[in-house]
Design a protein around this ligand. Structure first.
Ligand code: 6PG
Length: 471
């Protein structure tokens, strides 16, 4: 019954036909919620036994506790009292590996366990989040209508879909958060460039973002960026942004996205740089140490202020397309690895409203997968290919101007390099293969014939055909 839990409970209670039972470990919280929201008609319990007894069968309980050991404890308390066919839903930001484990353990008792990603923050929980449930199709028969009753609605459709079995929902929520990190970092870089290179004030930049919040870039994150930049600090009269310590926090879901991408062998550099950018910002000692030895910074390159702002807009869009392409690549790889059938278009659809990355742009992803469900990358889709090509020159001007001016752009830079890596006919990976073969006989393939080869580097340097190296 913390904010997310009580808002979800209030959302559920506000929908026709739902009666909501609530329970919290400390009863004061439950009492407070019930007293503050008599309109919700909550059925409140002060013990797990009473709570379980108050539920209609098949029982459905949604747990909203901090991810980790607390979740396991609450699951056991419920599982001990539930019967086969009942459903336990974990709506927290659990690690999907834990969800897979919990689903296995709980389902062995005949009880359903559904790890469910819920996005949209406190307001989304209350007014309509985007919901990403995993678990069995059977559990979804009961749970689906309940979740659909509280989800956000995009173009007439509720933002909930059965993502896949066991941990699929939490996996997709994790990738959602990785994309969220990338989107936020890219917007932050755009702000930084508008400030440092075009010399605009935060209030002026807020207006730029307001203008950008239409068309392709229209999104919740752009909208709230303008709000944050407009804010003035009551105490000092300074722009709010200037009084906030420039060290970004993180609760771990972005890092999980990158850790799993590494395990799956999926290049998500745009997302990774966003996670690392928060880490760099939170290293005050290292930042101070380098600032003490770096005595001169590059002069900021002179630009035409208005056309450079347009360039930044194009770079932001192209980089954002890359971040989403990387996120969807990870979803595809995860689905393959963990045996989930994930409908990418359906995922894009339920992200159109309610969640933090909600955006107009997701309609283009829906269309891309409708046109070709087996796209090798979103960058191959004709709409995205031409959108990126249209912005490409501007993107390069932004990255080069930032580099010359000493403005850090880990997100824009990583996205452009990723794009160039895919678009380049020959990569220096050939040299890496040569080096690996030289020092470790790791072997290589040739461009002109099949087989695996090794050069006798420490002998007469002739080439031999061999088995692929296993060491
Ligand atoms: C959402 C958000 C949310 C996330 C917070 C905090 O979809 O509603 O992704 O689940 O936990 O945004 O994330 P960080 O503290 O890691 O930035």
């Amino acid at each position: 019954m913390a904010v997310m839990g009580s808002n979800l409970a209030r959302n559920l209670a506000s929908r026709e036909g739902n009666t909501v039972a609530v329970y919290n470990r400390s009863p004061e919280r439950t009492r407070k919620l019930v007293a503050e929201h008599p309109e919700a008609g909550f059925v409140a319990s002060e013990s797990v036994d009473d709570f379980v007894a108050s539920l209609a069968k098949p029982r459905t309980a949604i747990i909203m506790v901090q991810a980790g050991a607390g979740t396991d404890a609450v699951i056991s308390e419920l599982a001990e009292r539930f019967e086969p066919g009942d459903i336990i839903v974990d709506g927290g930001n659990a690690n999907f590996h834990d969800t897979i484990r919990r689903e296995k353990d709980v389902s062995a008792t005949g009880i359903h366990f559904v790890g469910t990603g819920i996005s949209g923050g406190e307001e989304g929980a209350l007014k309509g989040p985007s919901i990403m449930p995993g678990g069995t199709a059977k559990a979804y028969e009961t749970l689906g209508p309940i979740l659909a009753s509280i989800a956000a609605v995009a173009e007439g459709e509720p933002c909930v879909t059965h993502i896949g079995t066991d941990g699929a929902g939490h996996f997709v929520k994790m990738v959602h958060n990785g994309i969220e990190y990338a989107d936020m970092q890219l917007i932050a870089e755009a702000y930084d460039l508008l400030r440092a290179v075009t010399k605009r004030t935060p209030a002026e930049i807020a207006s730029v973002f307001e203008t950008w919040n239409s068309g392709d870039l229209e999104s919740y994150l752009i909208e709230i960026t303008a709000e944050v930049l407009k804010q003035v600090d009551a105490e000092t009269g300074q722009p709010f942004i200037d009084v906030v310590l420039d060290q970004a926090g993180a609760k771990g879901t972005g890092a999980w996205t990158v850790q799993n991408a590494l395990d799956l062998g999926v290049p998500v550099g745009g997302i990774a740089e966003a996670v690392f950018a928060r880490s760099v910002s939170s290293k005050p000692e290292q930042r101070a140490a380098v600032q003490a030895v770096v005595t001169s910074r590059p002069a900021v390159v002179e630009v035409d202020v208005d056309s450079f702002a347009d360039d930044i807009r194009a770079a932001l869009y192209a980089s954002k397309v890359v971040a989403y392409a990387q996120g969807f690549d990870e979803i595809i790889a995860g689905a393959k690895e963990f045996g989930w059938e994930i409908d990418k278009g359906a995922v894009a659809k339920i992200w159109r409203a309610g969640c933090i990355i909600r955006a107009q742009f997701l309609n283009r992803i829906v269309e891309a997968y409708e046109n070709n469900p087996s796209l090798a990358t979103l960058l191959e889709d004709p709409y995205f290919a031409s959108a990126v090509a249209d912005g490409e020159a501007a993107w390069r001007r932004v990255v080069s101007t930032a580099a010359l001016s000493g403005v850090p752009i880990p997100g824009f830079g990583a996205a452009l390099s990723y794009y160039d890596s895919l678009a380049t006919k020959r990569l220096p990976a050939a040299l890496v293969q040569g080096q690996r073969d030289f020092f470790g006989a790791h072997t290589y393939k040739r461009v002109d014939k099949p087989g695996t080869f090794h050069t006798l580097w420490s002998g007469d340097r002739t080439e031999v055909e061999t088995e692929p190296s296993t060491h």
